[in-house]
Design a protein around this ligand. Structure first.
Ligand code: TTP
Length: 708
């Protein structure tokens, strides 16, 4: 739902930067011989030459469009160069494009607050930079203005016949009688042109930009003159810009709301909205949406540029159109495994590089039910707490899928009827990880201690009683939608495939144990490039609209009594022994390598987890670390008065050496420590209250020390 944000009276300078034919530029940088040639990037499958996902401006001149397939593109432009998108795990691998986007951001972020809006789009708040420039080097005082700035398009600036457009722009930029807003805007135009030139110099990519006093207008403007150009929106031109702007092209009006405006109110352009009072719009669409609509008609939007260089969520998805629809659980599982593997890799890169951790796993799917035209797209999205580790993510995603499927079948007034029920088909699958936050700094050293093994990798915080309804109301079957879910320890991963297949066969009796069904057929499979740096950049291939992963808050939590009982039993067993303690116990013996422990646990799993049910032993060695929600840890003075006093221990045998600093311990994890350590750490963390209560370097060092 759109959110109405009032605009402040302060002048702001916001720019929206959008890369030009981005994937093509990335490929052309890789293969320089393609530069200047009509080029398109296609999906990996070869059906009719593959679907075009990015088209160079040279190719666009020939009439090549993104909606075409490779063969069609060749018909209109025989010399077109078609480059296949890189492939990994049977689907598009977008890492090269993501990394290229990051390169651009690292340049742009130097000048102001920067928000990564998608793989190739960025918002920047340049207000401070523009104000500084106005004070120190106002355009009217500049001797020379760069050509790139003079090439700007200034909306509302009419180029009378015979006059030099660049000269007109120069005059506009240097007006001494301009109002403060326009003066700032002129500075913004100069700064953005410099930034774009810098991006080109450092990355070899061209981009286009819109410069205005809010995000909405900046975004509209960036698309107006492409490629490699910039458009400035003075306040006096806002009405002119919006007057004829198609309502459905406005952000958040591409769907039902936009359609309702068209059909119910006859609003086809943003300007048409001006006819309606705020009150009328509020009565029709609610207070918030009504005000938002009233605002956008006037170009009002107070939305801030969020300082965010990193994606808000990660996603991986794939479409299975037409005959490629997935019709067995095994084939769904196969593809979920691929998607989850990719997601897991990205989560771990994010953790390694940015020290961030995601909290929520969500499964999205589209499905159809034979003979029920209403069934399409009703597949409910499901969420659960995210557990790190590829196998765990795969397992949880499958559980979420099954929960969704039960509900979906419920929607369609039918039941899953075992082996041969092929009346449903899955046409797209996606997994996403959201609620990503920095790991509290106090846990870093502990993470290091585990030799890169994230504590949560061995977490037993299973989603089986935490399946969360994402997008649809609870169905009657909801409360049992996950009954029979498998659960495993990370240490049990070696035996899980067998067990999982047994479980699946027992539950659904599906064929296709190889899970390769989507490979059969005529190569129709299309990729969804569900990029999710922001959650709003999930891109589908042609024929599919861009898909957005819902970022809504989960609405309901399904409880599953039977599984809850199992968990309760295990919780009871574990009562009194806190999770970090258990984690330490698993690791503190240096004579046992991780591999040995895994092997031993796998052995145990073989004997304890056969079939569709898992014994409580499966949980009995659960290690659970709840990472605190806080995103930072305050510096804590230690008892010896130094700001960074530390205590260290070394692990000589079989593991990398490790150390910890007292001031790196997050107070919120102290409860996880064994009681004797808690006491000691608390004493250190509150030196002023309880000085010298505990002798430094005694029990905690002893405890952490691997030779203990
Ligand atoms: P866009 O910014 O929409 O387009 P573009 O950069 O190719 O071209 P333009 O100059 O007109 O902005 O998308 C950015 C990249 O995202 C694009 O290069 C390829 C990818 N993409 C898809 O994979 N599928 C899609 O449906 C769309 C729209 C884009």
């Amino acid at each position: 739902m759109p959110v109405a944000t009032p605009e402040t009276s302060d002048a702001r300078i916001i720019t929206h930067v959008d890369m030009d034919c981005f994937y093509v530029q990335v490929e052309q940088r890789k293969q320089q011989n393609l530069r200047g040639l009509p080029t398109a990037v296609i999906q990996y499958n070869s059906y009719k030459g593959g679907a075009l996902i990015a088209v160079s401006y040279e190719a666009r001149k020939f009439g090549v469009k993104r909606s075409m397939r490779g063969d069609e593109a060749k018909e209109v432009c025989p010399q077109i160069q078609l480059v296949q998108v890189p492939v990994a795990r049977g689907k598009a691998d977008l890492n090269a494009y993501r990394n290229a986007g990051s390169e651009v951001i690292s340049v742009l972020a130097r000048k102001g607050r920067c928000e990564r809006a998608s793989i190739d789009e960025v918002y920047l708040d340049l207000t401070d930079a523009a104000e500084t420039m106005l004070k120190e080097a106002a355009p009217e005082n500049l001797d020379d203005i760069e050509e790139e700035v003079l090439k700007s398009h200034v909306l509302g600036l009419h180029n009378e016949d015979g006059t030099d457009a660049k000269e007109e722009v120069r005059k506009w930029l240097c007006r001494s009688d301009a109002d403060y807003h326009d003066k700032l805007l002129a500075c913004g135009a100069i700064i953005v042109a410099e930034l774009r030139m810098q991006v080109l110099k450092e990355t070899e990519f061209t981009c286009s930009a819109g410069i205005a006093h809010n995000k909405m207008l900046a975004k509209l403007a960036s698309a107006m003159n492409k490629p490699a150009q910039q458009t400035v929106v003075p306040r006096s031109s806002v009405n002119g810009l919006l007057e004829s702007f198609p309502i459905k092209k406005m952000k958040q009006l591409g769907g039902k709301l936009g359609s309702s405006l068209q059909t119910d109110l006859g609003v086809n352009t943003v300007g048409d909205l001006l006819k309606f009072s705020e009150d009328k719009l509020q009565r029709r669409y609610g207070i918030n949406t009504g005000t938002w609509l009233w605002n956008i008609a006037r170009g009002i939007s107070g939305e801030e540029v969020e300082g965010r260089l990193l994606p808000k969520s990660h996603g991986s998805g794939k479409t299975f159109p037409g005959p490629q629809a997935l019709k067995t659980i095994a084939s769904v599982q196969h593809w979920l495994n691929q998607l989850c593997e990719e997601l897991s890799d990205r989560l771990h890169s994010d953790l390694d590089q940015n020290k961030r951790i995601a909290h929520t796993l969500t499964l999205h799917a589209r499905a159809y039910k034979t003979g029920d035209s209403d069934s399409h797209k009703k597949f409910p999205s499901k969420s659960c707490p995210l557990r790190y580790g590829t196998t765990k993510i795969q397992e949880d995603a499958l559980n979420l899928f099954q929960a969704g499927l039960r509900e979906y079948i419920g929607f369609c007034n039918n039941k899953i009827q075992g082996t041969q029920n092929n009346s449903w088909g899955i046409t797209s699958l996606a997994v996403s990880a959201s609620k990503i936050v920095p790991i509290p700094s106090g846990t870093h050293s502990i993470v290091k201690y585990f030799g890169g093994q994230l504590p949560s990798r061995s977490s037993s915080k299973l989603p089986r009683d935490n399946v969360i309804e994402e997008a649809t109301p609870l169905s009657p079957s909801g409360s049992e939608s996950c009954s029979g879910l498998n659960s495993y320890e990370s240490q049990l991963e070696y035996s899980e495939e067998d067990a999982k297949m047994k479980y699946l066969k027992a539950s659904f009796g599906q064929q296709d144990p190889s899970g390769n069904s989507s490979r059969q057929g005529d190569g129709l499979t299309e990729e969804s490039s569900l990029l999710s740096p922001q959650g709003n950049e999930n891109r589908m291939t042609q024929g599919e609209p861009r898909q957005e992963f819902p970022e809504e808050e989960p609405r309901r939590i399904h409880s599953m009594p039977r599984l809850k009982a199992i968990e309760k039993k295990n919780t009871a067993k574990e009562k009194g022994s806190c999770s970090i303690l258990k984690l330490f116990k698993n690791y503190h013996d240096p004579s046992t390598s991780l591999e040995q422990k895994h092997a031993a646990n796998a052995e145990g799993a073989k004997t304890s987890s056969i079939g569709s049910e898992f014994t409580s032993n499966s949980y009995s060695t659960c290690n659970q670390v709840e990472l605190p929600k806080e995103t930072h840890c305050e510096e804590i003075e230690t008892s010896n008065g130094g700001g960074s006093s530390s205590s260290a221990a070394h692990v000589p045998q079989g593991r990398q050496s490790w150390s910890y600093k007292i001031d790196e311990i997050d107070p919120s994890i102290v409860d996880e420590l064994p009681p004797e350590i808690q006491q000691e750490v608390r004493a250190w963390l509150r030196p002023l209250k309880r000085p010298n209560v505990v002798k430094r370097g005694s029990s905690i060092t002893h405890y952490f020390h691997p030779n203990k």
